[in-house]
Design a protein around this ligand. Structure first.
Ligand SMILES: NC(=O)c1ccc[n+]([C@@H]2O[C@H](COP(=O)([O-])OP(=O)(O)OC[C@H]3O[C@@H](n4cnc5c(N)ncnc54)[C@H](O)[C@@H]3O)[C@@H](O)[C@H]2O)c1
Length: 444
């Protein structure tokens, strides 16, 4: 009897099902490193590839370079015989599945910068072999996987859907949020049915629920909808904050009251401006694609405009508050609390703190900052701020004309601020937790 040879897809399916497959995670940053943990914990052999040698060396030594992830994971990985950190792209040839967690920033004209994803796809194409699955996890506009990645991979001579497989599955990482990642459902959309199916088999080992959708484009658009929804709703409460405060109404109390409605309302909170790698950036991926198709995205543009204005609004609130104390901004000593873009993490990408500090310095204020997670202000693409975190003591607080809360880390001693500050401008309602502060609190 002649034996029918299994197709490469069937072989891969078997390897994914019984976890004998090797999975490569490409880009070991805020998204990639936690993904390595999930894949490793589920029993697969993992190759962790990053172009940054320093990160690879740290992983080999069992050290984490992402503070909230901690050294425990790094040392567990370093001592595992199922984890191989590497900066050699050639090692990707060994992987059965390659998951891309690469940056997707904006270029100088707010256009998508796909260079990280596409350069790496070219590298993968060089060693692409039959039976490999490639999955993009980076946030991007609908069409990226099919229109940009597939032709590069197929230039190898291999055909998607029969020789190799290609899918998109957006990452829903929320750094700093203490949540079991396995409980966050995954969306998976493949270029074809075989790709969707194989990617879904892999992700079912990592999370409790996998939703397969009809195409890569649906999966790409779903991720953008999630982030645009946040950007628009944050803009809405930011706009309402300014209006309500002019009416002497506390927006935080209003949101708390509205939140008691058990349906039809989800609370979003105002702040000093958007930050991070996602919400200030991703909506513009869709806006760019829309423009290319002759469409406009008014909600996205308006939300961007309102959110981008918030740092200036904060400065005007600081100036008014100082003025009430008979002080000009010029020469005032400002102590900024929290420069990370959100609480309890060390990530300052796109953080509004950078613009706020530059505006304060530009207005002649003398600025220092305290952030328990960011010891020195890192160099940013558009900002170069030469400051290091000062200790939060009664003396540093008392020496300030104004304490400005930009990010409400939970490790900050707000009681101490409430007791020793003269004036606190609070963009996060952080001082609400302090009973009977002697400082004057201005919500901004
Ligand atoms: N950070 C988040 O909270 C979050 C959440 C969901 C989705 N995302 C999306 O995930 C993607 C990755 O974001 P991130 O925050 O992890 O970025 P990151 O900057 O933290 O990590 C990216 C990593 O890729 C590495 N890298 C860059 N070019 C490379 C190359 N050519 N080859 C190999 N490695 C390379 C970098 O050294 C870095 O370690 C983005 O598209 C982002 O929008 C991020």
């Amino acid at each position: 009897m002649t034996q029918v040879k299994a197709t490469v897809g069937e072989v891969l399916r078997k390897r994914l099902e019984d976890k004998t497959a090797t999975i490569a995670v490409v880009g070991l940053g805020y998204v990639g490193l936690p993904l390595v943990r999930s894949v490793h914990d589920s029993g697969f052999r993992v190759i962790g590839y990053d172009a940054d040698d320093t990160k690879i060396d740290q992983l080999r030594r069992g050290e984490s370079y992402i503070r909230h992830i901690g050294n425990e994971l790094a040392s567990e990985l370093a001592s595992s015989d199922r984890f191989e950190p590497t900066s050699d792209a050639g090692r990707l040839a060994d992987a059965d599945a390659i998951l891309l967690c690469l940056p997707t920033p904006l270029g100088p004209h707010r256009e998508p910068d796909l260079s990280y994803v596409l350069d790496c796809t070219k590298l993968i194409a060089r060693t692409l072999r039959a039976g490999q699955l490639v999955v993009l996890e980076s946030t991007t506009y609908p069409g990226t996987t099919r229109e940009e990645m597939q032709p590069i991979l197929e230039a190898s001579g291999l055909v998607c859907g029969t020789d190799f497989f290609l899918a998109y599955s957006p990452e829903r990482e929320d750094p700093g949020r203490d949540i079991d990642r396995a409980t966050i459902p995954r969306i998976v959309g493949g270029i074809d049915a075989a790709s969707t199916d194989l990617a879904a088999i892999l992700y079912r080992h990592l999370v409790d629920e996998v939703l397969t959708v009809s195409s890569t484009e649906v999966a790409e658009a779903a991720k953008l909808l999630e982030n645009i929804y946040r950007a628009v709703n944050i803009a809405l409460v930011n706009e309402l904050k300014i209006l309500l405060s002019a009416m002497d109404i506390d927006v935080w109390e209003v949101i708390e009251a509205a939140s008691t409605k058990p349906y039809g309302f989800q609370a979003f909170y105002p702040g000093p401006g958007l930050g991070g790698h996602c919400i200030p950036i991703d909506p513009f991926y869709l806006a760019w694609k829309a423009k290319a198709m002759g469409h406009t995205t008014k909600f996205i543009e308006l939300a961007g405009e309102i959110n981008a204005h918030m740092p200036e609004h904060v400065i005007s609130q600081v100036m008014i508050a100082l003025n009430d104390d008979g002080k000009p901004l010029r020469g005032s000593r400002m102590l900024v609390i929290g420069i990370a873009y959100k609480p309890d993490i060390d990530d300052i990408r796109e953080s509004p703190a950078a613009e706020i500090i530059e505006l304060l310095q530009g207005g002649g204020a003398s600025v220092s900052y305290h952030d328990p997670h960011v010891p020195a202000f890192p160099k940013m693409r558009d900002h170069d701020i030469d400051l290091s975190s000062v200790p939060l003591t009664a003396a540093t607080v008392e020496a300030s004309d104004c304490v400005l809360i930009v990010t409400d880390h939970s490790a900050v001693d707000y009681d101490l601020i409430g007791k020793h500050a003269g004036l606190v401008v609070d963009t996060r309602n952080a001082m609400a937790r302090v009973k009977n502060p002697s400082a004057r609190i201005v919500k901004a």
